[in-house]
Design a protein. Structure first.
Length: 340
């Protein structure tokens, strides 16, 4: 086990928490793509007997590894969209609800001309099969899909809030999401987005109060545990945050964010153990978990493995050449190279 000073760890974590865990595929901050990478768009419409169905949760998986890529909800016209999707094969999944059966639809996005690859788009139409007799929910068990019953007024405030956040009008977005929750206290999507926004604004105690009920509202979802853990980590309640990230992994081991943040939570206690989680996060989704390279570079430098540290710094810069901390990372890399 190696020793990392608390001062070093806190500097890294403070920088890390303010900038990671983007809220959804459509709302990700723009990052310059790596050389040779082509991004596409997948859009679709969900309907039932030619009538559009709104507020249906849709999840996109990368095939064949069934790696989650993003989540969204259908709009009033039943439409949904995933942007900045790398070339490959995917699976569009809708969740089972009280009214509808779950569905899975395959879709692929590839450039039309492999010699001159350019972005393309793929469109899918999904017809939701009705349940013959709606299954009853067991006592004490609540599904995350209760959002299907959101009152129209609350749904409108949620959508208006998301539009404000996309325009970076944080104060107005927070107000709209708060109103949606006041109208419908068990509103899963509104609570998750409001908690994230408050956390990004460093209003950690408020974020904690918004996020905590989600573990009861959606006991089978990993996202609330991850968000809860990030807030606890920011509040320096490290042991509690470790418990939350472990809970998220029990619900879905192939979750890059849970591995990434668990690594940060363990970094001060056990660098070797933290390193394994950073490596796993990169294996699951190197682009989204790019900052794991920064942590691994610092761990390698602390062990005197200068060349390995440089490899991780270069990998991070390749994935995020225009990140806010790219210049500082380049200077660190130059310093390490000068030691040769």
């Amino acid at each position: 086990m190696m020793h990392i000073t608390k001062h070093q760890v806190r500097i890294v974590i403070a920088l890390f928490i303010t900038l990671t865990f983007a809220r959804a595929t459509e709302a990700q901050s723009p990052v310059a793509p790596a050389a040779g990478v082509v991004y596409h768009r997948i859009e679709g419409r969900i309907q039932q007997r030619n009538r559009s169905v709104d507020n249906i949760q849709v999840r996109l998986f990368k095939m064949p590894e069934m790696q989650p890529v993003g989540d969204t909800f259908t709009r009033q016209d039943g439409q949904f969209m995933f942007q900045r999707i790398p070339t490959g094969d995917y699976l569009v999944e809708t969740f089972e609800t009280e009214k509808y059966e779950a569905t899975q639809t395959s879709v692929s996005v590839y450039p039309r001309d492999l010699l001159e690859p350019r972005p393309t788009s793929a469109t899918v139409f999904i017809d939701l099969p009705l349940k013959s007799s709606p299954a009853r929910v067991a006592p004490g068990e609540v599904s995350a899909d209760v959002d299907l019953d959101v009152p129209k007024k609350a749904l409108k405030h949620y959508k208006d809030g998301m539009k404000k956040l996309e325009k970076r009008e944080s104060a107005q977005g927070i107000t709209e999401l708060q109103t949606a929750i006041e109208m419908y206290p068990t509103y899963y999507a509104a609570r998750l987005e409001l908690g994230r926004e408050l956390r990004l604004r460093k209003r950690f105690q408020e974020a904690l109060e918004i996020i905590q009920p989600l573990m009861r509202i959606a006991p089978r979802r990993a996202e609330p545990h991850i968000e809860h853990g990030i807030i606890l980590l920011a509040l320096e309640r490290r042991e509690e945050s470790v418990n939350e990230f472990n809970a998220a992994l029990r619900l879905g081991e192939a979750n890059w964010a849970a591995h990434l943040y668990l690594g940060w939570a363990l970094l001060e206690q056990d660098g070797t153990k933290a390193e394994a989680y950073f490596q796993r996060a990169l294996k699951l989704d190197e682009e989204k978990a790019a900052r794991a390279h920064l942590a691994l570079a610092r761990l390698a430098e602390a062990k005197g493995e200068r060349l390995l540290a440089l490899d991780h710094l270069d990998a991070y810069l390749s994935l995020a050449p225009q990140a806010h901390d790219a210049e500082a990372t380049r200077k660190l890399a130059e310093r390490l190279r000068s030691q040769n």
